[in-house]
Design a protein around this ligand. Structure first.
Ligand SMILES: Cc1cc2nc3c(=O)[nH]c(=O)nc-3n(C[C@H](O)[C@H](O)[C@H](O)COP(=O)(O)O)c2cc1C
Length: 180
């Protein structure tokens, strides 16, 4: 059987993003897969732009990647106790493409943040947005990496056994869902 397609989506764009590191760790924990990292450098959602030009090419690429993915992991940073604008913007664009590509899509949401709650509010908001897409959210022990600046080594690996275990458990559940 061909390897499953895993799409990783980071709500942070920066190169040294802890959420991107967390996604690499998630992909490794998922096991053999064809992994694609989504690019959320998208124009801001603008109804006039949409009307004049339709869905931007980069949104079409993202939508296609979602459609083709067997499973998705989303990592959301927390900005001012909320979801990052980058991630929300991407979800808003995707929602404008007919056919709801996120419907029933197996998804795990994780987060890494500087604060003590590890981005809990942002993660909750992300899950809340995904509910309106009727995505297949994989439940389980939350992966909320608090004080993220101290939780990854120089090569981007999680240093804490408890986070690694929680992530592995979650990714195992995602893999099981995909193998059904
Ligand atoms: C605009 C902004 C707002 C932030 N608000 C929060 C917050 O509400 N809670 C929190 O834990 N961290 C907050 N932070 C710190 C981020 O958690 C931290 O920068 C984190 O590393 C961002 O994720 P990244 O490493 O994936 O880019 C904020 C950072 C920025 C830039």
């Amino acid at each position: 059987m061909a390897e499953p397609k895993l799409l990783t989506i980071s709500g942070s764009l920066r190169k040294g993003s802890y959420n991107r590191m967390l996604l690499s760790e998630a992909a490794a924990a998922f096991g053999p897969a064809e992994v694609t990292e989504a690019d959320l450098h998208l124009p801001l959602y603008d109804g006039d732009l949409e009307q004049a030009e339709g869905v931007p090419a980069k949104v079409a690429v993202l939508t296609e990647q979602i459609r083709e993915a067997d499973a998705i992991v989303i990592a959301s940073p927390e900005y001012n106790k909320g979801i990052s604008g980058v991630l929300k913007n991407a979800l808003d664009w995707v929602s404008r493409v007919p056919g709801n590509v996120l419907s029933q899509k197996p998804i795990v949401v994780v987060s890494a943040a500087a604060g003590r709650t590890g981005g809990e509010v942002a993660q909750f908001m992300t899950l809340s947005c995904l509910a309106s897409f009727q995505a297949c959210i994989i439940p389980g022990p939350g992966v909320l990496v608090a004080g993220a600046g101290n939780e990854f080594d120089d090569s981007g690996k999680l240093t804490s056994e408890s986070y690694r275990k929680a992530l592995a458990a979650r990714m195992e559940m995602l893999r099981k869902e995909v193998s059904k």
